[in-house]
Design a protein around this ligand. Sequence first.
Ligand SMILES: *Cc1c(COP(=O)(O)O)cnc(C)c1O
Length: 356
Amino acid sequence: MSQILNHEISIEKTNYSRIKEQDINNTSFGKVFSDHMLVATYKNDSWQEVKIVPYGNLEMSPSMSSLHYGQAVFEGLKAYRSPDGKPLLFRPEANHKRINESAFRLCMPPIPEDIFMTGLKELIRLDADWIPTQDGSVLYIRPIYFATDESVGLKPASSYKFIIISCPVGAYYSEPVKLIVTDKYIRAAEGGTGAAKCAGNYGGSLLADMEAKQQGYDNVLWLDGKEKKYIEECGTMNVAFVINDVVVTPKLTGTILAGITRDSVLTLLRDMGVKVEERLISIDEVVKDYQDGNLSEAFGMGTAATIAHISTINYQGSDMILPPVSERKYAPQVLQRLEDIKTARVTDTYGWVCQL
Ligand SMILES: *Cc1c(COP(=O)(O)O)cnc(C)c1O
């Protein structure tokens, strides 16, 4: 089926901007939304309508199929400001590619480039005033894509909505995070949906996350679903360890979400001359390296936090306490470099930064 290209985007501007009521540099994460949203509709085998409208509620049927069977995927990216105030996006085409890979796994049609990329840029240009000016605060952008068939018959839906909303957010984690390894729950298994950013993966992780918090930890460190031996991810982030001055991160086996932050961090580290290994890494290996004094750093990687330093990892009842962040060499340096690129404080030689 051929996609009709050059979808026209209609724009209905709000006649009342809520920005005056908000201190956008000080909002709690994900609760205040910018003035507009993009809404695109797929039905009868094609993308029908693409519009930017004032942010507001949607009408839905109680039989809406994504509520029943979970054909729902999403993305997360951020808009930044350059030192002279210009709005910037970071690698948005990678989010476009990934939402289509997630969509493929869930039997959903691809979103054409002119809807995702042009729609995203138009929307953020229109709501650019919502990008915070304070250091560390940004506009978080959430594309969502879900099935809208009015039917409880189980099959790939024939109608969908693709929506983009955004919200100003402050710095995500200020403190280093404490993790607890779970061998009770898994987030993904071979052949499953772990590599797709689909809604169901997150619903399925909440109980493990809640139990981790009840035990005094911030997030779960996930092991593989088969042997419960190899490290996969932490919370909803990719994870890396510094062992004997080598940055080691789990390789993408199909059960791990291929993070754009992960890819950016690994690229920067390699270009800084750091040795990077993408391979299987067992929890036993990490414990042994910790005991031998070879584990100097551990960190999570994802758009929300960029890099989250890990202070503690609990495995089978004992805490491994890692060196303080002030003594770390690699993660703080690569975090600074990545933030400088994202905010155009240094020249982007990678073609990652996207002007609006
Ligand atoms: C989104 C996500 C990540 C991080 O991906 P980024 O592209 O870096 O934001 C990692 N793991 C999971 C499970 C995720 O959902």
